[in-house]
Design a protein around this ligand. Structure first.
Ligand code: 13P
Ligand code: SF4
Length: 321
């Protein structure tokens, strides 16, 4: 509509004026992803967002996603201003893994290699030996498994269980979960499969094992988009945040994508397959990040912490280079 069109134009002009670029995740709303694409920004998974932000020539990054993504960008680019549409956008994995408790857990097992998911605070990353995202976790844990040292894994227990099963690695799990993926229901998925017997099931490994077990393809957001494009099926049942449908439909316009069922529905589901924090990244919030006082949008990471967190983050980026 006219109001949105005006906002889009305003943001485009502001991005130029402020020497800023958008870095958006696949779970943000379609209008945010489209705007990032149109303005030379990126729409990507967590790993590629980190890389794009680091390599961007612009002085300001507008990170449309959640807080840990903004923090990762700042850790990698301390000289850039990293702004977020709202600093309120967090993640249940980050919230469920406070540094003091996680540190105690690590201290209790000093012989373990500490591997943390990117969906954590800068402080938790600083306590880790390795940071991983879902697109590279399997390869990194395979590599560590060969060295034979036991692993502390945090915070996503479902992703951890999937990786432990695949690699046979000895992994001590932190008990966190993503509120979006944790809600997918294997029982309901079975019923849906009966209705669409030819559909391929695509599952993000933050989902429970019972759902992962039914998958035709398991992977990070970028890997699931590639599967949607490359697999020969016409129809796909997708167990991840519904924001991803924008890119899947764009990459495979003739195919049909159906949301995997959640345990609750309507008023009773918690997230209804859309992350409430990702949803905070509306057009207005993006515009505000470019116009309002920086203090309500800017990400700061303590310099000592940043230097510590940079080590395991760079280990991941070098490993995947
Ligand atoms: P990826 O895009 O790295 O698969 O991450 C998924 C996620 O949950 C981000 O919030
Ligand atoms: Fe966190 Fe899940 Fe939201 Fe991703 S989708 S930001 S893992 S709560």
């Amino acid at each position: 509509d006219a109001r949105k069109q005006q906002l889009r134009e305003e943001i485009k002009a502001l991005l130029k004026q402020r020497n800023a670029v958008m870095v958006a995740h696949y779970y943000t709303d379609p209008e945010i992803q489209a705007l990032a694409e149109e303005t030379g920004g990126c729409v990507a998974d967590s790993l590629e967002m980190a890389r794009f932000g680091r390599d961007a020539k612009e002085q300001t990054l507008i990170v449309a996603g959640v807080k840990f993504m903004g923090e990762t960008a700042k850790i990698l680019s301390p000289e850039k201003s990293v702004l977020m549409p709202t600093l309120e956008a967090t993640c249940s994995l980050d919230l469920g893994c406070p540094i003091d408790k996680f540190s105690e857990f690590c201290d209790a097992h000093p012989d373990h290699t500490v591997v943390v998911y990117a969906n954590t605070s800068a402080a938790v990353k600083a306590r880790a030996d390795w940071v991983v995202t879902s697109s590279i976790a399997l390869e990194i844990v395979e590599h560590l498994e060969e060295q034979g040292k036991p692993i502390i894994w945090g915070p996503d227990r479902h992703l951890g269980a999937y990786i432990a099963k695949k690699t046979g690695a000895d992994m001590l799990m932190w008990q966190g979960e993503c509120i979006v993926h944790d809600e997918f229901s294997a029982q309901k998925l079975k019923d849906m499969k009966a209705v669409y017997p030819d559909a391929a099931v695509l599952v993000h490994p933050e989902s429970p094992a019972s759902v992962v077990d039914m998958a035709d393809a398991v992977g990070s957001t970028s890997q699931l988009i590639a599967a949607a494009k490359n697999m020969s099926n016409d129809t796909f049942i997708v167990a991840t945040d519904k924001g991803i449908f924008y890119k899947m439909q764009q990459q495979a316009p003739d195919k049909t994508f159906i949301e995997a069922p959640t345990a609750g529905n309507g008023a009773t589901c918690k997230s209804c397959a859309h992350c409430p924090w990702m949803a905070m990244n509306g057009l207005e919030a993006v515009r505000n990040a470019l116009t309002e006082n920086k203090s309500s949008h800017e990400i700061h990471v303590d310099e000592q912490l940043r230097q510590k967190a940079l080590i395991p983050l760079n280990r991941m980026l070098d490993f995947s280079a």
